[in-house]
Design a protein around this ligand. Structure first.
Ligand SMILES: *Cc1c(COP(=O)(O)O)cnc(C)c1O
Length: 498
């Protein structure tokens, strides 16, 4: 399988090269040249383990990885004590099938990809034999990718990880998870700016010719652990098949049914993986893209106007506080019939003017397929509280955004297709926001430390505390670096002594 860029006719590359590079040299994103068909016979699919689906999907997208190689990689990730026994449980809650994707080591869905990605990257590096002594993984995080990348790459020989996070825009537990991280190859840096600033700075560095040259001279190379990297998306396709297989196995659906999939969305990576699964043959009726008050995607999807010239709101779902959703470019590329000139023009305009308009002729292609909606803070809080009161199911604030959007969709359409809703984080990452959504006064929480907040949530809801959170509460802070946005580049050079 070859990979092409969304922005030019530049030479196609192998899966290994696409994975090692992270981003295409023309600034575009790598996409597979064609999407393979994959839909096992329902009786077989029901019996497939998570790892077996990983293997199937991997072989289709990265045939240069041998079956044995992939088996080894899977053994090192999903089969170990790092995940709960059930990797991605599918829980019936009212009229939803909630697919919980946070049973890995850091309590967010990012683990589903970032536990396996480091091993994939190492294998890919061996394949292209680039003579690289060290791969430096640059990470911009809106809260969860940072810790998941750290856990994936911790102490992996030949790698360094540098994480940049918006210092005042992640939850205190997300921050604590990152700044207490051990590992000789781990650097965590707070940025006085927002996620979009961090992501833009990193994309720029990844494509800076002079810096790349200096890295090459030092035997080093950059890569990215963000979902611009194909190896982040590939493992995410898997759980949509797995969730579908659970729905079949439970008898919630028959093989003749199509399903809806609801995804709380930020960078458009998670939902893009669902879109690829649909294109590969998964029987999907509608994809529902749920945003919080930063509703850039809602407007782009419903009106065709993609406009990032606006205030970024800090919400209780920080991982979705994003204006520039990188992976939307991959989706537009497909919807624009892979017209790379069109994509390049749009994204150049976005760079210069902060907006672009998608013509109706393109937008019409997703009308029956992709729904874009958003929930206000109040609506998300209501959904969180009602779901807990009615079903005794505790959702985190990101998942609550999706539930709210889904409830409104049902009220407005009466669509009766069975629905998979993906839950992206464990609630204990956001104890204060959840306590407030459940009715506690914010003032009564300000003096509580993280441990006390977690205890209070546990007492109120009776939900078990995730091991990733329990384990972090008494750890020593090991990272205290802070930089301004404009110093991110210089900070990287200093850390790497290049
Ligand atoms: C990253 C993240 C999201 C957004 O996922 P995208 O792939 O960026 O759309 C949603 N919820 C949580 C908890 C996350 O960590």
């Amino acid at each position: 399988m070859e990979y092409i860029s969304t922005r030019s006719k530049s030479k196609p590359v192998s899966a290994a090269q696409a994975i090692v590079s992270g981003i295409a040299p023309d600034g575009g994103l790598y996409v597979p040249r064609s999407l393979p068909h994959y839909l096992p016979d329902p009786e077989r699919l029901k019996k497939l383990s998570y790892g077996m689906i990983v293997k199937d999907v991997f072989r289709l997208f990265a045939p240069e990885f041998s079956g044995d190689e992939i088996t080894e990689i899977i053994k090192g990730t999903y089969y170990t004590e790092k995940f709960d026994k059930e990797i991605a449980p599918c829980i019936s809650v009212g009229n939803m099938e909630i697919l919980e994707l946070w049973h890995g080591p850091t309590a967010s869905f990012k683990d589903m990809a970032l536990q396996i990605m480091p091993q994939i990257l190492q294998s890919a590096l061996k394949k292209i034999r680039a003579g690289i002594k060290e791969t430096v993984i640059l990470v911009a995080t809106s809260g969860d990718t940072g810790k998941a990348a750290i856990e994936g790459f911790k102490n992996l020989p030949g790698t360094k990880v540098i994480v940049f996070y918006p210092a005042s825009a992640v939850s205190s537990l997300q921050e604590l998870q990152m700044i207490t991280s051990e590992g000789d190859n781990i650097y965590v840096v707070g940025v006085e700016g927002n996620f979009d600033d961090c992501q833009a700075a990193i994309k720029k560095i990844l494509n800076d010719k002079e810096i790349k040259e200096r890295m090459r001279a030092a035997g080093k190379r950059f890569s990215s652990a963000n979902s611009i990297n194909w190896s982040r998306l590939l493992p995410q396709i898997v759980y949509y098949y797995y969730g579908y297989s659970r729905m079949l196995a439970k008898g919630v659906i028959t093989p003749r049914d199509r399903i809806n999939i609801v995804v709380p969305t930020g960078n458009f990576g998670n939902i893009l993986a669902a879109f690829y699964a649909l294109r590969m043959g998964l029987p999907v009726h509608r994809l529902i893209c749920a945003s919080n008050e930063n509703k850039v995607l809602t407007e782009a999807i419903t009106k065709g106007s993609y406009n990032c010239q606006r205030t970024l709101y800090q919400t209780t779902s920080p991982a979705m506080d994003i204006l520039v959703s990188s992976n939307f470019e991959r989706f537009l590329f497909e919807m624009a019939n892979r017209d790379h000139v069109l994509i390049t023009n749009w994204y150049q305009k976005l760079d210069k003017e902060g907006n672009f308009t998608i013509p109706d002729s393109v937008r019409n292609r997703w009308q029956k397929l992709l729904i874009g909606e958003y929930a206000t803070e109040e609506e998300a809080d209501d959904a969180l509280r009602e779901t807990f009161e009615e079903h005794h199911y505790l959702a985190d604030p990101h998942t609550a955004v999706a539930i709210s959007v889904y409830n409104r969709y049902i009220r407005e359409t009466n669509d009766n297709h069975k629905t998979m809703l993906v839950s992206t984080a464990n609630p204990y990452k956001f104890p204060d926001s959840i306590l407030i959504a459940l009715g506690e006064k914010g003032e009564s929480l300000v003096d509580l430390d993280e441990q006390q907040l977690v205890d209070r949530l546990a007492a109120k809801t009776g939900q078990p505390v995730h091991k990733a959170i329990a384990g972090v509460l008494n750890k020593e802070v090991l990272h205290q670096r802070q930089v301004a946005v404009q110093d991110i580049g210089a900070g990287i050079m200093e850390l790497l002594s290049i």
